[in-house]
Unconditional design. Structure first.
Length: 229
């Protein structure tokens, strides 16, 4: 059985998941806290997830620890700033043989809503799926402080608030992958993925970046797609 799993807040990773799902003719399975607490089995698991603060999102890390798949393909999307070392870190968690992996530059969650990406560099992955063998992954550089309190740094860097146009539809609560918002009130386990902001039908949720984070995001963007086979 082949499964395409995806965690996506603002839709960037989901665009790639849909692409793989079409090519492999399977549905996309969304990763959330409920799935991360379940035991997931597959012959081939394609897992697409975003890089947050040069780290694997906590819910995805929990999912990896429960995933049982003979072969695994890892796709990490990043906002053209820095992908850190997340593929190597995921490789160390997963039980199963990683046969391909890639870092794919996408629009940044906090800067660019575009979900366009270049699919051409990903084509060799489908050939590897047909003839699987272990991929060779290499360590990448990571900021020495990136692993220190990433969730806390996200909360400090991004403020989310609700305005009076909210009609209490509760879609934000239903869609939150972390079960971190209720009636527009953000709880402590929010990872600032912005799914609530992006999907609010009334545009009642807003976000604001801390000046330090704003300056950090002014770096020259990196457009490199890296594929490991």
């Amino acid at each position: 059985m082949t499964s395409v799993y995806c965690f996506s807040g603002s839709g960037h990773s989901y665009a790639i998941a849909e692409y793989f799902a079409r090519e492999l003719q399977v549905p996309v399975v969304n990763i959330d806290r409920r799935l991360a607490e379940s035991h997931c089995q597959a012959d081939l698991a394609v897992v697409i997830f975003p890089v947050y603060c040069q780290n694997i999102p906590a819910v995805v890390r929990d999912f990896f620890s429960k995933l049982d798949s003979k072969h695994v393909v890892l796709i990490a999307t990043y906002g053209k700033i820095s992908h850190g070392n997340v593929l190597w870190e995921a490789f160390k968690i997963i039980r199963g043989r990683v046969i391909a992996a890639a870092y794919v530059p996408m629009g940044h969650t906090y800067l660019d809503s575009s979900t366009q990406f270049d699919a051409q560099p990903l084509q060799p992955i489908f050939a590897r799926i047909q003839h699987p063998r272990a991929a060779t992954l290499t360590r990448e550089s990571k900021h020495p402080l990136a692993s220190f309190f990433p969730s806390w740094r996200s909360r400090c860097g991004v403020r989310i608030w609700l305005d009076e146009s909210c009609n209490a539809c509760n879609l934000c609560t239903e869609q939150c992958p972390m079960q971190a918002i209720e009636a527009g009130i953000i709880h402590g386990n929010c990872i600032r993925c912005l799914r609530c902001v992006c999907q609010c039908p009334k545009s009642a949720l807003h976000f604001q970046l801390h000046p330090i984070l704003k300056r950090y995001l002014e770096q020259t963007p990196c457009e490199d797609t890296k594929v490991y086979l």
